[in-house]
Design a binder for this molecule. Structure first.
Ligand SMILES: CC(C)(COP(=O)(O)OP(=O)(O)OC[C@H]1O[C@@H](n2cnc3c(N)ncnc32)[C@H](O)[C@@H]1OP(=O)(O)O)[C@@H](O)C(=O)NCCC(=O)NCCSC(=O)CCCCCCCCCCCCCCC(=O)O
Ligand SMILES: Cc1cc2nc3c(=O)[nH]c(=O)nc-3n(C[C@H](O)[C@H](O)[C@H](O)COP(=O)(O)OP(=O)(O)OC[C@H]3O[C@@H](n4cnc5c(N)ncnc54)[C@H](O)[C@@H]3O)c2cc1C
Length: 624
């Protein structure tokens, strides 16, 4: 099952090696993280990142190994934005020459970059960004400026205290004309003493949700006061400005400006499956240890994992973890395929890539955030303790519903893609890819239920057809209602809640389809395919509230712990007293409690000043 989860034996081997490397290095300890102040936590993040780089160089780690090292350190920081966004933005929007110059420095960590797009006043609406980049032909420079308070760059990870450079997104103005948003490489801080360069006001935006968690990341604010950069620091793969100041657009779709976001959205689907699997691992293992009620005449109490309510709340998340893992593996293939097509100027699958990355990022991160919160509840009171690992897991992963695109905004992008497809089908065009099912509109719109017997519900072809009919009917219904509106735009706006639901149904069809396709592959291990088939059934049927689920839960229960052990997480990475591999929960909880700084003294600070006088006074009053 480990291989099915990881994707290959090689993946299992590399993951094990990197996870053990991190778990065995005291510098990477994380058990006291939630007890640190914001400044201590930030400094700890710098220390870990520097040590990780040192180990990467010492051990000659590959890019795959270095990425896993960063992942198992499990502490968001500036390195994430450097590798996940700054480098890809230059790769995707820089010329060969610009890539050679800047990536050479970035790969050697001679500079530290971030991705500065969002502003105080605009995040979702990229075309509404206000920062300006005005070309000055007299000096062959761009003047970067924050014209308003709301144009302050706001949120970029690492910007607050760490990044020396950024790809800054701004309105390109030349010859008096505004050509919209483009990317520019800017140096922000001195490479000698790290002080901000002239004209740049920069700092951290303040603490964020949860203790520990994303507070390890210095998300920043930046205001630019007419900062000059050379013309050749405009990322010029998609468009250029000549020495004379002429704007020249390349023969590529302008949406490639958003390419970095598409790339990150597909990685976030894998992050979501991993985060969800961590929460499920903790809740399943703890559910097998925890016993409450049920004892008859002094017999053993009942494992809470045996309660049907616990299973009906938890097992859909177990199934979702596997479902998101497999669709994430497919999405990585889709993204790679689109990127290769772009190299040969084939832009035909760009809309599909945008819709799939946007939709899957949205659906998987929303489901994961909700599931982690529910896993906290599934662990009772102890799930609320930091030592359970669940509060931090929730706090780190909740923002994924917002960053890299607000989930509703992204679903509306999917809905726009679906409405276009429905109208193309109506004009006789055969849809392809993930919307190919819409070409079967006659059959799916009329099809009587293809599931008649209880057993039909476990027939993958029948389940797939049910999900195709569900998605198509919701999309067609929206299209029909939009057509009744005074205008397409008004109709789209009026119908947007229904369009979001239709987009979710389409994305869930993709997830179910990819799970079914995964089961058609050769899957190693005795009985593994059968277990995955049951999980596929649970994932699909829980979305449509089917009564078959109870039987499936009972069939999965005996293997539930084995299914989460297959995630192959070290206790260090899981970071949970409840989810320990050895199940020694109660002694772990008890041991973790005493680490809290509050327990450094038996009599707490504040007793003499605030508690003793109160108690003495009340005692005196009581004797009057
Ligand atoms: C898309 C927008 C919403 C709107 O854009 P526009 O207004 O420009 O376009 P239109 O809506 O008018 O559409 C025009 C046209 O273009 C098509 N289009 C749009 N986008 C794309 C695209 N990307 N690709 C291709 N085509 C596109 C669209 O379909 C239309 O086509 P048609 O005309 O044919 O219909 C845009 O404004 C937008 O994208 N907004 C969202 C902004 C956004 O996403 N911002 C992100 C900023 S960066 C950020 O947030 C970084 C966050 C940090 C991420 C890294 C985190 C790593 C840290 C790790 C944390 C720990 C996790 C650990 C988990 C674990 O492992 O446990
Ligand atoms: C932890 C974290 C890290 C981040 N890191 C970075 C970074 O490194 N670099 C960077 O550039 N940015 C970063 N961001 C910013 C992030 O990309 C934006 O917050 C995100 O794109 C959402 O935009 P917004 O904040 O403007 O939300 P808004 O768009 O203001 O959302 C507010 C509400 O309005 C709704 N809404 C907005 N538009 C519409 C519409 N057309 N129709 C219907 N509803 C709508 C949304 O659904 C939401 O409910 C980060 C954010 C977070 C939380």
């Amino acid at each position: 099952m480990k291989v099915a989860w990881a994707g290959s034996r090689h993946a299992v081997e590399v993951a094990d090696r990197m996870a053990c490397l991190v778990a065995s290095d005291p510098v990477f300890r994380k058990d006291t993280r939630t007890m640190l102040s914001r400044k201590e936590l930030f400094k700890d993040t710098l220390k870990k990142a520097a040590h990780a780089w040192k180990r990467t160089v010492e051990l000659h780690l590959t890019e795959e190994e270095a990425n896993l090292l960063r992942l198992y350190i499990d502490q968001p920081g500036y390195v994430d934005l450097h590798w996940v966004m700054f480098v890809p933005a230059i790769k995707g929007q820089g010329t060969e020459e610009q890539q050679k110059k800047w990536l050479t420095m970035a790969y050697k960590f001679q500079i530290i970059g971030t991705y500065a797009q969002t502003e105080l006043g605009h995040g979702s609406n990229v075309q509404g960004l206000e920062t300006t980049a005005t070309f000055d032909p007299s000096t062959d420079e761009f003047i970067m400026h924050s014209p308003t308070l709301t144009s302050s760059k706001w949120w970029p990870g690492g910007l607050g205290k760490t990044s020396t450079h950024a790809v800054v997104y701004a309105r390109l103005i030349t010859e008096g004309k505004d050509y919209g948003i483009h990317g520019f490489i800017m140096q922000l801080r001195s490479l000698d003493d790290h002080s901000p360069l002239p004209g740049i006001t920069i700092g951290d935006i303040g603490g964020k949700f949860g203790s520990g968690a994303y507070n390890s990341m210095d998300n920043g604010v930046m205001r630019l006061d007419h900062v000059r950069i050379p013309r050749d620091q405009m990322l010029m793969r998609l468009a250029q400005v000549t020495r004379e100041g002429k704007y020249v657009h390349s023969d590529v779709p302008k949406q490639l400006l958003y390419g970095t976001m598409v790339y990150v959205r597909q990685t976030i689907v894998a992050d979501a499956s991993r985060a969800l699997s961590r929460a499920v691992c903790i809740a399943v293992r703890y559910g097998a240890i925890r016993k409450q009620f049920g004892s008859k005449a002094g017999g053993p109490e009942t494992q809470v994992l045996n309660y049907k309510t616990q299973q009906s709340r938890l097992f859909p998340f177990l199934a979702s973890a596997y479902a998101f893992r497999f669709v994430g593996q497919w999405l990585k293939w889709l993204y790679t395929d689109v990127t290769q097509k772009l190299e040969s100027k084939d832009f035909s699958t760009l809309p599909e890539a945008h819709a799939c990355t946007a939709g899957l990022k949205s659906v998987t991160t929303s489901a994961t955030a909700d599931a982690i919160e529910e896993c906290q509840k599934l662990c009772g009171g102890h799930g609320y303790l930091n030592s359970s690992g669940l509060p931090e897991l929730f706090a780190v992963n909740l923002p994924a519903c917002t960053y890299e695109g607000d989930n509703v905004v992204l679903l509306l992008q999917v809905a726009r893609f679906l409405m276009k497809t429905v109208s193309q089908v109506a004009s006789g065009k055969q849809p392809v890819g993930t919307t190919a099912y819409m070409g079967n509109i006659q059959h799916l719109m009329q099809c009587k239920s293809v599931v008649n017997t209880v057993e039909d519900w476990l027939n993958p072809a029948a389940i797939k057809e049910v999900f195709e009919a569900r998605a198509l009917r919701m999309a067609v219904n929206c299209a029909q209602n939009i057509s009744k509106a005074p205008s397409q735009e008004e109709g789209f706006s009026e119908l947007s809640p229904d369009l979001v639901e239709a987009a979710v149904a389409h994305v869930q069809l993709i997830i179910v389809t990819k799970f079914i396709e995964k089961l058609q592959e050769d899957i190693l291990g005795h009985g593994v395919k059968e277990q995955l088939q049951k999980l596929c059934g649970i994932y699909a049927l829980h979305l449509i509230h089917n009564e078959r689920l109870g039987k499936l839960y009972a069939q999965v229960r005996p293997n539930a712990v084995a299914l989460v052990d297959a995630f192959d997480y070290t206790d260090h990475y899981l970071g949970s007293a409840l989810g320990r591999y050895d199940g020694d929960v109660y002694s772990a909880l008890y041991k973790e409690a005493w680490k809290d700084p509050l327990n450094e003294t038996v009599v707490p600070d504040g007793y003499q000043e605030h508690l003793r006088p109160l108690l003495k006074q009340q005692l005196k009053l009581s004797r009057l």
